[in-house]
Design a binder for this molecule. Sequence first.
Ligand SMILES: CC(C)(COP(=O)(O)OP(=O)(O)OC[C@H]1O[C@@H](n2cnc3c(N)ncnc32)[C@H](O)[C@@H]1OP(=O)(O)O)[C@@H](O)C(=O)NCCC(=O)NCCS
Length: 155
Amino acid sequence: MEWVPCPSPSDLTSSECQTVLDLFWNETGEVYSETTVRLLPVPAWSGNMMLVNKEHEQPVIEGVLWATPFKDDIVRIAAFVLHRRHQGKGWGTLAWERFVKTMVDEGYGQVQLEVKAANHRAQAFYQQRGMSIQRELVGYYASGLGYMMRGPLRA
Ligand SMILES: CC(C)(COP(=O)(O)OP(=O)(O)OC[C@H]1O[C@@H](n2cnc3c(N)ncnc32)[C@H](O)[C@@H]1OP(=O)(O)O)[C@@H](O)C(=O)NCCC(=O)NCCS
């Protein structure tokens, strides 16, 4: 498996889109449609990666990290998800480290994202990497409270 550059969600094939929809649903409980994934404000740029399993005849997407330039020196992560069989094995850390290096090289200084309040594991992952909760998000997630987290991009 390997993290490789990923196109903008708007340029994914229909079957790639469906794979990502299944990842979102199974691993985060968030429901997206092909249209809403394609309309995510994620450009074609160096901030997007996908974890690809090349053991299959047709490479399979096993995870994505998608980001978007936000404002000033802030980059926002729009999606970060791995299939559960690959969680807790360092793949997320690998993506994070590559992402941070790429974004620092591009001149960004901070990273921001939204996370469900109930998702303690992801919050711990981000806190371990220098991010902290900035504010509560009410009404952002249909399932309940969320947090906006931000921190310096640091190796
Ligand atoms: C959050 C997520 C992207 C993190 O990726 P991950 O690959 O599971 O994370 P890692 O395995 O790299 O790191 C998790 C912890 O396991 C540890 N770890 C690293 N290699 C490991 C290994 N081989 N075996 C077990 N644990 C390992 C890491 O040290 C890390 O601990 P730390 O945070 O204290 O450093 C992933 O768990 C995921 O997709 N979760 C579901 C979706 C989700 O919640 N997304 C975030 C939405 S905001």
